[in-house]
Every structure is written in structure tokens, then in C-alpha cells.
Design a protein around this ligand. Sequence first.
Ligand code: NAD
Ligand code: MN
Length: 497
Amino acid sequence: MEKLDLKRDYYQMIINGERVDAISKETFTTYNPATGAPLAQVAKASKEDVDRAVNAARNAFENGKWRRFPVNKRSRVMNKIASFMRARFNELVELEVLNSGKSLSAAQGQVMQAIEDFEFYAGAIVGHRGEVNNMPFGFFNYTQKEPVGVCGQIIPWNYPIMMAAWKIAPAIAAGCSIVLKPASLTPLTAIVLTEICHEAGVPEGVVNVVPGPGSTVGDAIVEHPGIDKVAFTGSTPIGKDIMEKASQTLKRVTLELGGKSPNIVFADADIDAAVYGSLFGIFYNTGQSCEARSRLYVHADIYEEFMEKFIEKTKQLRLGDPMDQGTQVGAIISRDQLEVIDGYVQSAIEDGATVVTGGQEVKVEGFENGYWYAPTIITDVNHDMKVVQEEIFGPVVVVMKFSDEKEAIKLANDTEFGLGSAIWTKDQGRATRVANQIRAGIVMVNCPFSAFPGTPFGGYKQSGFGRELCIETLDLYTETKSVLAYYGGKPLNPLGV
Ligand code: NAD
Ligand code: MN
């Protein structure tokens, strides 16, 4: 595939190793959320384009050029993708910032993680293998891991390149073919990442990208009989819809959905570490994270001390030019999302809560037409309020007091979600007890970060199922074949004929 600048006016979709227009020739505009200005045109896929992409993916799977490629060579291509990404690191970061409005430092970390995902799976796939099982005399059984087939992958706008990497890397490591649909708000880095996959030697048809609306393109993927598995990251309501529709063709389904993660600060915590971690936990990526620690529980004995620091630091957070290395909080993805966030804050006020700081849209100098919202802290809430129970997906945290470990666990688990959670304490015994009792896929202990390549990421309850970013993910992109043989010599005659 011809190498182009990553920044362009028009991005085509990628089907069968080629950049192509939509069959309809339609395009849509993608924007820079920090300025509100149009950024580029993107080919707008339709159901017919999904058919083309599925055919290409199916042919690639059947011809075996990738699936049957020796695993060490597949691994080498994946490392090559990573090194090509490293070579274009700054370009990838800039494109991600332009299309998402996130801060430079956030984008740098996320592009680096996307690179490391390819490196992780390049290594992990080499050790991914079947087993030989103990059998009665004369019988022999081995299992082998075979790619699940053609995978439809649908991703959200909050971590555009990282989500693309979380989806593409384990799937191609396993030998699958892909039809990927990026979010319409942020399609660009997923498209260029797919181009890089081809430059690095992934054969045509293995990775296809079809940008377009969820209601048509997403739906066509979920219902397509030529697709074997759907991997989805996004909101819980759409996840439920996908699971229902995918049942018609009995597709394998993995879902990474919403969250409302608790963050518990015990009285014996290192207060400064807890303040820094809690700021990062909610305001990183402008709060647009499924694992955002959006419910903060602080022990009554340290509440005043903690809150004084937490509020002061929140007020100091720097919003500004996303391309500035010193900017700490970027833009909101869209006007619609900003309205959703503000609607939650207004509902909290109507319910009698107190907005301690933030709670409004802000104008950032030089970015007056962009979408910016002040980092927001809300107190005086009760556990039934919408703002405590529903995912906001913005820079808004609710804070509550608690008085003992049992109460903290009860409050933490009082949610329909179960993705992340965090505990701040110097007592290792307490950390272990609480970690054991929280119903969530991830527990962070004195740690601001929720994941690295290699650590499982995924939810309990209505946060979905399946794990990404880890070894187990490879099981979710493979089927296990059991080969059962008899070598006992004497013919078996089980019917006694
Ligand atoms: P969304 O569910 O609206 O959209 C996600 C993706 O699904 C997009 O690509 C969208 O176009 C597509 N889509 C929309 N309707 C569809 C349909 N009917 N059929 C098939 N596909 C469809 O979510 P969003 O607004 O893009 O992202 C925010 C949400 O994603 C939040 O709720 C957040 O919690 C969740 N999220 C979860 C994780 C996780 O790992 N658990 C990660 C990131 C985001
Ligand atoms: Mn949405």
C-alpha cells in the first residue's frame, strides 16, 4: 500500500488491501472537538460496503495466507507494525489529538500503549497453544487453538487508536480476519493504523475498515451471516442490542461496556497519593473513560483534609491548547456529549446536591468554538441520584463520606456496573479484603492506572464480559478443537456387532 502523509483532507475506507471510496461515493465530515472546525472528509460506508469488506475478510480467511502463515512470522509482522508506528509516533499523536481534542500527553501515552499492544501480542501468540490431555490407555487427545474466523469489531470515540489496537492486535495474532468500524466522531487513526498494518506486511483482506454510522454500518456487521464474532466497546444499551441481534446467527460476542467505578480512600491512606490518583482517575481523558473513577468515597476522619487538597488541585487543572505539552485536560468530544454532561450536573442540582467546583461549560482562549467543560466536583448526594448511578462520561465526580470498611464495600457494590474500582490504604490486609469483595473486573490498589498490556481489562455485571489486553483475549479470538484418537491396536466394537 502506497505510503501517504497521515494528515490528509480525505480518508478512504480500506477493503481488501486497498483504499477505496464508498460504493455510494458518499462521505462525511469529521471534526476537531477542540476548535469545532471540520478536519477531514471520510468515506461513508453503507451495508453494501460492509458486504464487500466481509467478502474480502472471508476470502483472506479461506485462502489462509495469514491464518496458515507460521506463527513466528505472524509475530514478526506484528513487531514490524509496532516499529512502523514508532517511526511515525509524532504524526499518530498529532492526528489523534486533532480528531479527539484530547491533550497531547494523553495521546502520547495512548499511542505508546497501542504500539505496546502489538508487541505484547507478537510475543503472547507464540506461546498460545493447545494441550495434551490424560486419556484411558490407547486413546490420545490433543487440543489446538484455531482462529474464530471473521471478526466484526466496533469501537467508541474515547480512545480511538488504543481501542483499534486492543481489537486488531489480538485478532490478527490469532489468525482472524477483521471488519473494523471506528466511531464516526474519530475514524482517522483507526484508518491510518490499518494502512500501517498493510505496509508492514499483513496480507490483503485481513484487516478492513468501514467508517460510518452505527445504525447502518454497525448494524450490518452485527447481522451479517459472514461474520463469526462481534467484539464491541461502547455503551451498555448498544451492547445489549448487539447481543440480541448477534444471537440470530449465534455469533461469538464480547462486550466492553460502561462503568461507574468506585474510588475508596481509607483513613490510613497516603493522602497526597490518593489525591493525585483520584484526580487522574476522573479527569484523565476529560473523564471520557469507561473505567473513570466517578464515585469517590472518602473516610469521615480524613474527609476535610482530603477534600481541601482535592478541590484545590481540581481548580488548578489546566485546560488549553491540546497540542501544548502542559495541558492537563482536553476538550469534550462533541457538543452533544457536552450537553449530556451538563444535563447530569443540572439533574444533581435539582436533586439537592452541591456543585463544589466546575459545573459549567468554559471558554478556552483561542478555542472558543470548541467543547470544553470545567472539571466538576459534586457533594451532598445520596445513592439513588442519577448522578451517582448513571455513567456520565465526562469530567464529573460525586463525593461521599463513609465510616467503615463494610459500608465502603456496600456502597462500592451498589451499582449495576462492575468495571473498575480503586482502593487507597496502607493496610495490605484491608486492601486484600476489600479487593476480594468488590464485584468488578479491575481493582487498583494505591495505583492510578487501570491497565498495561498484559493485564486483563473487562467488566462484571452490566459492564460486559470478555477480557482484553491480556493472554485470555487470545482464547476469545480462537476456538478450541479437540482431536480424539484411538491407537490401542485391538479394534474397538462399542455396539458389540
Ligand atoms: P456507543 O455505544 O454509542 O457507540 C460505540 C460504537 O458503536 C460506535 O462505533 C457506534 O457507531 C457504534 N454503534 C452505535 N449504534 C450501534 C448499533 N445499533 N449497532 C452497532 N453499532 C452501533 O458509545 P460511544 O458514545 O461511542 O462511547 C461511549 C460509551 O462507550 C460509554 O458508555 C463508555 O462507557 C463506553 N466505553 C466502554 C469501554 C470499555 O472498555 N468497557 C471503553 C470505551 C468506552
Ligand atoms: Mn454514542
